[in-house]
Design a protein around this ligand. Structure first.
Ligand SMILES: [Zn+2]
Length: 202
């Protein structure tokens, strides 16, 4: 992944969704099979660099490109599972039984992104939330400027941590709904057909 000018440093242009050379600024074409690799290399490098150099601008850039990279990976997974998913769709439509392997494909196809996420341990985040709530309780007794300013900081902290928990709960909910449906295919056959058809739309 070297630019024509010989430079190796790549950047990602969010607006145009392209990789570019950090030296000559020209677009760098990347083979589809190397796309995820290039994106993940950039994520690792730019994250460390922006943190090490306390570069807010670079940090925000990499942060806002994460959704694009996630979409690229998601599309890749769906592409890899497409043929299997079409087969499963046919089975569902013709009232055939789904095998264990079909269920696994469906699982990756529909909730694969959150399956690993819910296995993450969020107990540390919950502990931090409880600590923040203790602090809020303490500082809300007084209304001087110092206490009020601290309260604002704690609310910001709380908001960040609640964001993590809500992402976790959303993931958990999606898995639970998936499990419920897959364990009762007869009752949910129509719905599964609909969901698959939507997902398989070009
Ligand atoms: Zn270049």
């Amino acid at each position: 992944m070297r630019c024509k000018c010989g430079n190796l440093e790549l950047g990602y242009d969010i607006e145009n969704k392209i990789f570019y050379c950090k030296n000559c600024k020209s677009k760098v074409d990347i083979l589809p099979e190397k796309l995820v690799n290039a994106a993940m290399y950039l994520v690792q490098k730019e994250t460390v660099n922006s943190i090490n150099n306390s570069n807010l601008n670079e940090l925000n850039k990499i942060r806002s490109s994460l959704d694009d990279f996630d979409t690229q990976i998601k599309e890749k997974v769906q592409h890899k599972l497409k043929n299997d998913a079409i087969e499963i769709l046919t089975k569902l439509k013709t009232n055939q039984e789904l095998h264990e392997i079909d269920r696994d494909v469906l699982r990756y196809f529909l909730v694969g992104d959150v399956e690993y996420y819910v296995k993450e341990d969020v107990s540390g985040v919950i502990r931090n939330i409880k600590k923040t709530l203790e602090s809020i309780k303490y500082y809300s007794k007084s209304e001087d400027v110092v206490a009020l300013s601290k309260l604002r900081a704690f609310l910001k902290d709380l908001k960040n941590n609640l964001g993590i928990i809500s992402t976790y709960l959303e993931a958990k909910e999606r898995i639970e709904i998936f499990e419920k449906n897959i364990n009762n295919i007869e009752a949910n056959r129509k719905m599964l057909i609909y969901v698959l058809e939507q997902k398989l739309k070009p």
